[in-house]
Design a protein around this ligand. Structure first.
Ligand SMILES: [Zn+2]
Length: 155
């Protein structure tokens, strides 16, 4: 456990970070804390259906590490479901993947895309091809973890 912890890459934050059983009053409720990197592991492996190798690569961790993250994540979710505990998603060692910002010159719509998704051809709002790269924006949490050089994910 003396090894420095590696920065785990997370593509996006959960849309909701608190899940609670309906009939249990807050005062009696126990919480399970699922870390954001554990949530990401579940999202990649269980929702997107990636193999562990691919999911590990997306998170910039080894397969062994990914295996440990997802095992812990499954256990926590199972515990919350089986014992009627609340599930809170927070914390963990991670950095959000950086995004690129694009802007449409026709309708002024702007949007973010993660690296590795390819350059868009049309504006998602008005379908104009008159789009350009706007300023680069880093996701929240950037650099908080390992502070190392940015790793662009390439296909
Ligand atoms: Zn547009």
């Amino acid at each position: 456990m003396a090894r420095p912890r590696q920065c785990r890459r997370v593509g996006s934050m959960p849309e909701s970070n608190y899940f609670k059983p309906r009939d249990i009053p807050l005062s009696m409720l126990e919480e399970v804390i699922l870390k954001v990197d554990e949530f990401e592991a579940i999202r990649l492996a269980d929702l997107e259906g990636l193999y562990q190798e691919q999911a590990a690569e997306k998170m910039s961790v080894s397969r062994q590490t990914f295996g440990r993250i997802i095992e812990s994540a499954h256990k926590k979710v199972a515990e919350a479901l089986a014992k009627g505990k609340a599930l809170k998603i927070e914390g963990g060692e991670f950095a959000l993947a950086s995004t690129r910002k694009f802007r449409c010159d026709d309708c002024r719509h702007s949007w973010d895309l993660p690296y590795g998704t390819g350059r868009p051809v049309n504006c998602p709002s008005c379908e104009s091809g008159n789009i350009q790269r706007a300023e680069r924006r880093l996701g929240r949490g950037q650099g908080r973890c390992c502070g190392g050089p940015q790793q662009k994910s390439s296909p």
